[in-house]
Design a protein around this ligand. Sequence first.
Ligand code: AMP
Length: 281
Amino acid sequence: MVIHSQKETLVQALSSVAKNEKIGFVPTMGALHGGHISLVKKALGENDIVVVSIFVNPTQFNNTADLAKYPRTPEEDISLLKNLNGAVIVFLPEVSDLYDDSVSAKKYNFGGLENEMEGKHRKGHFDGVGTIVSKLLRIVKPNTAYFGEKDFQQLQIVKKLVAIEKLPVKIVGCPILRGKSGLAMSSRNKRLSAKQFKEATIIYKTLKEVRDKFRSTSITDLNALVAERFLQNPNLNLEYFEIANEETLKTAKRKNKASKYRAFIAAFAGEVRLIDNMPLN
Ligand code: AMP
């Protein structure tokens, strides 16, 4: 495993990769867990070299406290990646290396995808995501880049980004990895107390209940059911619940047999914001 902390040395190292060798890319914000590692393993299985970036991107945070408290565990991250014994290159840049003088995001139009759910509740978030993913894809120039369905809206937006910017890369979505309790693995879980960690499983249980009842229950009734579940659990604050069309991410008001739907939840356990989602049909 090789570590680069500067864009120039990474670009130089990648320039000596043979033309017929495939480069996979897994962008992360570190505090790595099983979910990240599942992406890296998939990438290692499909490529000759895998670049894993670890960079907490300031322009995608709309809340300065969230950015300041975002878990940072570079030593553990490096040892987890080393243990994979694969052809991994770790890219650990500084903010100044990727943003030069101006730490700001480009404004994007993702055809409306950016105005739903996370976009409504985290103003400017997807401008920050688009800006950093575009920068990283232009530096690493991978054949394939891997993103988790944990951030399903992000995955759809990244697919749109590479289409808009005509970047020659294949974007692959990977399933959500969950812990034993069903809670989706997340770097932010490290900030939960033992009690909050237990309570947060309501998110998964509610999504599963919605999935199980989806065929037989109207969307209006499912919305009411979810509101009720969160009222029963006052330590978990529901920010939004949405059943949305998988492609447009628009809120579904009623079911259409030809469409695919997914349920999305954002909720706060204390100060910690958690998101999760599940396919419904
Ligand atoms: P992050 O470090 O949170 O920005 O995540 C980096 C990548 O890992 C993103 O593509 C995420 O969607 C993905 N990821 C995060 N958590 C999980 C999980 N539990 N299962 C699968 N992928 C995940």
